[in-house]
Design a protein around this ligand. Structure first.
Ligand code: HEC
Ligand code: HEC
Length: 455
């Protein structure tokens, strides 16, 4: 069962007795919190995502897509989990010791085993991939060539859609044995569950594209944005339009969330390869694959490393520097674009831009979370605690993302204060609104340091 939402929350939980004494709640839970049917569907999806094991090995979707860690996992987060966490089933379930996961690669590099090309030859036909966040899906799935999900765009069975992705995920990750027999090893989600899971995932994170250029104030980040947008130097915007996952309009290969072979597989010293563990080359989209991978969104990137489908690069600066590399410049996509050549100051500037837009997105989410907090009745207290715990995690991320690039020290100081206020809100019941409003104000101050006033 899920433990995902609960660890942070316990720390801030106040004895619910006080709420009991308030005794004001006469409405039913659903009337009180989900007046709207869509909201009720999303809430149902949330519960399935974090709690439903589909009669499998104990994992849930939330085992790998963690609410308190930007809907993904990385080695630092994995290191905080207890050894009996269902993520580690391959370490303690004798039926799953072979051909299911590679515990060393999971713990050291956050890699998960996937059989994208089928379950026929488990011993040699697999890929080791990082876990993508599942944020901003409304902006990053559709293309002229159909829906594209997962690192290669073919993660979902059948039509490749987000809705179908859950079916593939259950068969891949939830099975009790490598036989993967429906009924004995797991059950598939029902149509209703698929609808709810889809609605929940579509509700996560950003619902709209940015509109670049943004009126940024930071000297270096502003320069980075110019390089990013420039079709002659950075060229990033051609594939990551508005720093999202879609190609710029007019792309000769089509529009939407496209696939490219950018040569990540040709990097010479990929960390997971250095271990000597078995790492078959990942052939990308299709079976057999065509070597292409699906363009990810960059707004959410800076705080969801390591980067690329194989977690080959640890830092955002390193991920930008990849585009200077022979691996990229000699790849079909790199060669086709006439190459990308950035010097060290330009690499750091583009990374600074990616750090700043990530922090701005964290702040946007925080304001949204805080504005939704503080309104709860008898049943809503736990949900409020979850929101505030998430706001604390997002605030920490924004702070680390900026501080890690030496950017906007004043914003970092404001964020520290905002985090403290959010913690105070979470541990108080009656003064909660005051702390929440103060925290919102601090987030607005933070934003004003980074960007000229917008609506
Ligand atoms: C054991 C870890 C693990 C579990 C459990 C897991 N996932 Fe994932 N998820 C991954 C990995 C690894 C990928 C990348 C797959 C690929 O490249 O095709 C991924 C990719 C995704 C994507 C694609 C995101 C994108 O941006 O294209 C979605 C959607 C998703 N998972 C949803 C789910 C759902 C729904 C469940 C539960 C039914 C689930 N996952 C369970 C590890 C996991
Ligand atoms: C030809 C299209 C194309 C261009 C141009 C391009 N990218 Fe990418 N980008 C991709 C694809 C495809 C991936 C996924 C590659 C993989 O994982 O194998 C990617 C991945 C990334 C990632 C990793 C994201 C993550 O979450 O792991 C970053 C960061 C990134 N690109 C930044 C940039 C920057 C900065 C530029 C400009 C210097 C740029 N990209 C130019 C297509 C492109």
């Amino acid at each position: 069962m899920s433990q995902n939402n609960s660890h942070n929350i316990k720390r801030y939980a106040v004895v619910p007795l006080a709420l009991f004494l308030l005794g004001f709640s006469t409405l039913s839970q659903s009337q009180l919190f989900f007046p709207d049917r869509q909201e009720a569907l999303i809430e149902r999806g949330r519960l399935i995502f974090f709690n439903e094991t589909f009669n499998g090995n104990g994992r849930t979707c939330g085992t790998c897509h963690r609410a308190e860690n930007n809907m993904t996992i990385d080695p630092a987060f994995i290191a905080t989990l207890p050894d009996n966490d269902p993520l580690f089933v391959a370490e303690f379930n004798p039926d799953l010791q072979e051909n299911f996961e590679n515990p060393r690669l999971m713990r050291e590099f956050g890699l998960v085993l996937e059989n994208q090309d089928g379950f026929n030859d488990l011993a040699s036909n697999f890929n080791m991939r990082g876990v993508p966040h599942v944020l901003a899906q409304p902006t990053s799935v559709e293309s002229d060539l159909g829906p594209r999900t997962g690192w290669a765009g073919d993660g979902a069975p059948e039509d490749g859609s987000l809705r179908a992705f859950a079916i593939g995920a259950v068969k891949q990750h939830f099975t009790k044995t490598p036989n993967r027999k429906e009924g004995a090893d797991f059950r598939f989600p029902t149509d209703d569950e698929l609808d709810a899971l889809e609605a929940f995932q579509l509700s996560l994170g950003r619902q709209q594209e940015l509109e670049l250029p943004l009126p940024l104030k930071g000297t270096v980040a502003k320069q980075g944005q110019e390089i990013f947008l420039d079709p002659a130097t950075g060229k990033c915007n051609l594939c990551h339009f508005n720093a999202g996952a879609n190609a710029a309009p007019g792309n000769p290969f089509g529009e939407g969330n496209l696939n490219f072979n950018t040569g990540v597989e040709d990097l010479r010293h990929q960390p997971a390869d250095l271990t000597g563990e078995k790492m078959p080359p990942d052939d990308g989209f299709g079976s057999p694959g065509d070597g292409t991978f699906n363009t990810p969104s960059l707004v959410e990137a800076a705080d969801t490393g390591p980067f690329f489908h194989n977690n080959a690069v640890e830092t955002i600066e390193g991920a930008v520097a990849f585009y200077n590399d022979d691996a990229f410049n000699e790849s079909p996509a790199g060669f086709g674009l006439g190459g990308i050549h950035l010097d060290a100051t330009e690499i750091v500037a583009v990374a600074a831009f990616l750090r700043v837009i990530n922090a701005l997105e964290n702040i946007r989410q925080n304001i949204e979370l805080l504005e939704a907090s503080g309104h709860f009745g008898f049943f809503g207290f736990q949900r409020d605690q979850t929101r505030l715990a998430q706001a604390i995690a997002e605030t920490e991320d924004a702070r680390e993302v900026l501080a890690g690039g030496g950017l906007h020290p004043r914003a970092v100081a404001h964020l520290k204060k905002a985090e403290q206020l959010t913690r105070q809100a979470a541990s108080s019941l009656f003064g909660r609104h005051i702390f929440i409003n103060e925290a919102i104000r601090k987030h607005r101050d933070t934003r004003a340091v980074m960007i000229d006033a917008q609506s």
